[in-house]
Design a protein around this ligand. Structure first.
Ligand SMILES: Nc1nc2c(ncn2[C@@H]2O[C@H](COP(=O)(O)OP(=O)(O)O)[C@@H](O)[C@H]2O)c(=O)[nH]1
Ligand SMILES: [Mg+2]
Ligand SMILES: [Zn+2]
Length: 292
């Protein structure tokens, strides 16, 4: 029988089968000998328990992708959450998140929350990412604005939300799926967070998908990469690839660069391009110093 791991705790795994039934399982010795630890999101072959007996995870299907913090596998989409205000968004950080999500083999999406607090900024951020392949949506969770669009974009997928603390991730999950995850101000959460275990759990939602409930998501450290790779993680450059005078062209300072022309024409957002150039310089520096 097949299942998907929703949660793991203290050597027990909770897996949901095709009928939506949840089984308590332990990992078979064979897996432990092979040091194969089931992760949340793993598709597994399982033997359900009988009566009082727990069942077994027999095998783990090959993973489509895998993250370290939180330890989770097979995420289809990550919805990056940036607030239009309170806290002010750090767009360089958002760019990095998007790059790292793509590098992990996951489709990123963007929600600009708290649009009610600063509608003009929400529009402006959506404009900046219009061609970034993230289908940006402005959201106001309390009023339900943007919720149907996001629900549709996420439908049927295994997805997670990432972004700054206080950006409105838990409020958004609640608005999307009628859940009651804890929301609130940061200081209260830090106080309480000391004693609560860091949970990481897949929650089945209407529409056939699953949302990952996790207090944190560390996708901020970009792995070492060749500078030429970075532009491939910016979908807005794709239409201009191969049309520049130089080949390869990094679309930064090169003359007769089709992508830079597109920036001048307003087809590629100038601020997003500016941050790309900064990120590129840093990537070059790290690459040059990689052995030192
Ligand atoms: N005005 C407004 N406040 C929001 C919105 N979404 C969330 N908030 C508030 O922002 C604070 C942080 O939200 P929360 O969902 O806990 O953020 P998280 O840390 O990213 O999970 C809470 O006080 C929410 O009530 C929104 O769309 N508009
Ligand atoms: Mg939260
Ligand atoms: Zn170029």
């Amino acid at each position: 029988m097949q299942g998907i791991i929703l949660r793991g705790i203290g050597g027990f795994f909770y897996a949901m089968d095709d009928q939506g039934e949840v089984h308590t399982l332990r990992a078979q010795n064979k897996l432990r000998r092979e040091r194969m630890k089931p992760l949340v999101g793993d598709r597994v072959e399982m033997e359900p328990g009988t009566g009082e007996e727990d069942g077994w995870v027999l095998a783990i299907h090959p993973r489509k992708n895998q993250l370290v913090r939180p330890p989770v596998a097979n995420v289809d989409k990550v919805l990056v959450v940036a607030a239009a205000a309170s806290p002010d968004p750090d767009l360089a950080m958002i760019d990095r998140l998007l790059v790292n999500i793509r590098l992990a083999g996951i489709q990123p999406l963007l929600a600009v929350t708290k649009a009610d607090l600063n509608p003009e900024n929400a529009r402006e951020i959506c404009r900046q990412y219009a061609r970034a392949g993230v289908s940006p949506v402005a959201v106001c969770a309390p009023e339900g604005r943007g919720i149907p669009e996001l629900r549709q974009a996420l439908q049927g997928s295994v997805h997670a939300l990432a972004g700054q603390s206080g950006a409105g991730k838990s409020s958004l999950i609640n608005a999307l799926y009628g859940l009651e995850l804890e929301t609130g101000d940061l200081s209260r959460k830090i106080e309480r967070g000391k004693n609560t275990t860091r949970r990481c759990e897949l929650i089945p939602v209407s529409g056939g998908g699953m949302v990952l409930d996790t207090p944190g998501f560390s996708l901020l450290d970009t792995p070492l990469m060749e500078p030429e790779k970075l532009k491939e993680l910016y979908p807005e450059f794709a239409p201009y690839e191969g049309k520049c005078f130089f080949s390869p062209c990094l679309h930064a300072h090169e003359p007769k660069c089709a992508a830079r022309d597109a920036v001048a024409e307003g087809e590629i957002d100038a601020r997003r391009h500016g941050r790309y150039v900064e990120f590129l310089e840093e990537t070059k520096k790290r690459w040059k110093e990689r052995y030192g």
